[in-house]
Structure formats: C-alpha cells, structure tokens
Write a protein that binds this ligand. Sequence first.
Ligand code: NAD
Ligand code: UDX
Length: 458
Amino acid sequence: MKVVIIGAGYVGLTTGACLAELGHHVLCIDIDEARIAAIKSRKLPVYEPDLENLVARNLDCNRLAFSHAIGSNISDAELVFLAVGTPSRADGDIDLSYVETAARNVAPHLGEQAAVVIKSTVTAGTAKYIRDLIVRIRGDRAIDVASNPEFLREGSAVRDFMKPDRIVIGADRNASQVKLVELYAAFERRGVPVLKTTTINAELIKYAANAFLALKIGFINQVADLCEGAEADVVAVSEGMGLDSRIGRAFLSPGPGYGGSCFPKDTRAFAAIGRRYGQPQSLVETLIGDNELRKTNLADRILEELGNPEGGRVTILGTAFKANTDDMREAAALAIVPKLIEAGVEVRAHDPKARFQASRLLPDVLWYDCPYEASDASDAIVILTEWEDYRRLDLSRLAGAMRGDCLIDYRNLLTSDDVVAHGLHYVSIGRPKALARTRPRKQGSGVSARIKIAASPS
Ligand code: NAD
Ligand code: UDX
C-alpha cells in the first residue's frame, strides 16, 4: 500500500521504516528540515537500536522516502498517518495543536480514497473532532479518520512494532477499517490479535493501558519502600508476585519513578479525561503526585547519605529516562540533579547515549565519556538508568577512583555482596541495608564521616 506518515519522531520514523520493511511504500514527512536532511544522509536524530539499519535498507530499495513538505506528494496515499507530538498542557490535558496543524496541512491534498489515521496518543473524541475539521476544510464527507494507537517502547521500538502483543484498529466506518486490516494483514496471518473497535474505544485503550502499567510501577515502588521498613527484599517479593499469571512479571521493577515521553504525559491526560467526563480517576491522580514526590525524596536521600552536601561531589551514572535510549523527557535525573546542585554538590555524569541531550538540559553538570573518570574523587555514585554496562562495572576500579564510599543504586543493578566486598557502602531500593567495613576516607571529602558496621549482605 502507499502510506504517508506525518511526523518522523520516535513513532513516525519507526512506523515508517517497519511498514516499508513489510513491503509497503512509505513517505515520511516532518516539518523539521534539519531532521529530514539528517535522516536522508542516514544519520538518525534519535538513538534507537536497529532503526538506523532498517531506515538505510529501505531507503536503498526505494520503499522509504522522506520530505519536509506536504503537497501533491501525498495525493496518491491510501493511508495518511498523523504521528506528531501531543505534549502536556499546564492543566494536564494534551496540546492537540500539532495534530490539528498536521490535519489542516494534509486536508487539501488528500486523494478521494484516502483515510487519515491518528497514531499519536490523543484524548477521547479526537478522531471524530479531526474528521469534522477535515470535512469542514474540504467539504467532503467521504473522508474518514481512524485511530490506530501505538504501543511501542523506546529502546525496543523496532522489535515492539514488528512483534506487537496486539494491534488496535479504531474505526467508525468500514472504509478505513478495511484499509487498516489490509495494511496489517501480515501480522494477522502471523497470529497477532487485531482488535477492531470504535475510535473512542481505541483512544481510551491506549490511555488505560499506559495508566495501568504506570500504576504497576507506582505500586511496586511503594512495596519497595515497605520492604525497606520491614527489612524484606523487594526483588523476591516482586518475583513471587509476578509468578502469578494474573499479575505477570513485567513492570514490577522498582526505580526512581517512571519517566519518559509517555507515562507522565499520558497519566496526566487520562486523569484530565476522567475529570472532563465527571468520572475522576483517583488511583491515577494519586499516582501522578506520588511519582513526582518519589523523585524528590530520592534526591533528599542522596543528600542524607552525603551528610554535609556542601562541597561534596556526586557522580550520576545514567541520565536517560531508561536504558537503550537517548531520550531525556521527564527523566528522573532532571528532578534529582538540580536538587543536588542547589545543595552545593558538584555533579559529574556519564550516560552512554544521552550525553548530548542531557548536557543541554543540565548545563551545570560536568560530563565524562568514561564512568570511572566521572567517578574520580567522588563522595557518592548514583545509578539512575539501568544500562547493561553498569551491571558490569569494575567495582574495584570504581572504589579506587572515589574519595568517598557510597554507591547508591536506584535501579537495583548490583548485588550488595559484591559492592560491600569492595569496601563500599551500598544503598539500593527495597532491599535490606548493607553497610561496608570502614575504609579510610581520602583527603578532601566534603561529606561527613559515617560510622560503619560489619557487612550484612542480603
Ligand atoms: P517526537 O517528538 O519524537 O516526534 C514528533 C515529530 O513530529 C517531530 O519530529 C516534529 O518535528 C514533527 N511534527 C510536528 N508537527 C508537525 C507537522 N505539522 N507536520 C510534520 N511534522 C510535524 O514524538 P514521538 O515520541 O514520536 O511521539 C509522537 C506521538 O506518539 C505522541 O502522541 C506520543 O504520545 C505517541 N507515542 C509515543 C511513543 C514513544 O515511545 N515515544 C510510544 C507510543 C505513542
Ligand atoms: C511506554 C509504554 O511501555 C509503551 O507501551 C508506550 O507505547 C509508550 O510508553 P516507554 O516510555 O518507551 O514506553 O518506556 P517503558 O519501558 O514503558 O518505561 C517507562 C518508564 O517506566 C521508564 O522511566 C522506566 O525506567 C520505568 N519503569 C519501567 C520502571 O521504573 N519499572 C519497570 O518495571 C518498568
């Protein structure tokens, strides 16, 4: 099929490259000329595993093309996807202006047989609203607008798109549903469930799914806090819960609070939809506040560990909101690092992929290419992102570089036995406290001395 995708960000670019790989002819259009120029020269503006090769391969065989302009180049498209951003507004609802602008821009150029498909995550009722908008512009009631929400995760976007748990097709008319079923026929043949439903159901499925996953994370974060109080181990508790097939193991890893471009924004939007329909989503409203508070509390905990933070030095390992991405949107680091700097701490950081984006958002941080250099004469190291590389840190090299002895692992990547064996004081999430034997502090430490007791590994 001939497909056009408006917006070549994480979702648009992945969707375009994957549909091309499946044999469709895809044109991706983005208003950002520099972004399109970079993609055409095979330099992707985002880090996403496997995507660069996929884009290059499909550019080479002319199934995938890019442009920054909308015009007659879209008039033979059977499906025109809108995959532009839908950021939060101050009241929590989404800013629909990018979707509206994209719809206004495509409307005059749509072919008679074309259907518009909203892939962006949008509030309930948007597909109907956009259809009315396009009909007003064109005076053509035959144009249909469908909803086809995307469930991919950053860091595994290509895999998630190619092997989805389900595909949701929201259509209020037969014409667009038939076209979308044809587009995804290869998936249905492979046994992927394809749910055909209305546009409003599809819009709510996306929000309810994300809110539920975020609730799972919020819940396990609270259980982790409880485990700390009770001297229990959240890793074991989460494993035992997850073995119940009704609960499932996924999304039960405690951490520094969920971040990213979706969960924070989508939970706020879900709560706003609840308020709009007079059906407050109180579980999600509470979760939103708890998740923000968690980031602040975890910053305070670092300051407590330092004792006297003024003049202290902290190394942050990992600033991206999760591993395998360079995306910094609503990353825990953005809440935690400024609090440390405000308290007089010198912050150094390392991230395998997010350095460029992060350094613009956190300008007072000193950046390093190597985690060991970043840890030089640090009083505390804080792991914020679960990069695989950090699981394999050379702890003796790290301990040797530091002047203090505190390793704070907010992703539970390491084991207390290993850390304690290297003379470090280990703080993790929801696990029994393990304190190392005293190691002489190096001169110049800005932190107060901690009285240490014998190791008590979990
Ligand atoms: P993004 O910010 O990475 O990309 C959006 C792109 O749209 C940008 O490149 C921007 O220049 C372009 N754009 C904006 N207005 C345009 C216009 N009028 N014409 C052409 N291009 C335009 O955003 P994203 O992360 O890809 O998210 C897009 C949508 O998908 C959002 O609604 C988001 O909630 C949803 N979503 C995102 C993810 C994710 O993991 N990032 C997953 C599922 C759903
Ligand atoms: C999410 C949804 O998973 C995806 O279906 C949707 O399309 C977009 O939003 P994404 O934001 O890319 O994807 O990442 P995800 O893996 O869901 O992680 C979101 C946040 O939750 C990250 O900050 C991550 O570190 C955190 N998280 C995730 C946890 O703290 N614990 C977990 O067990 C899982």
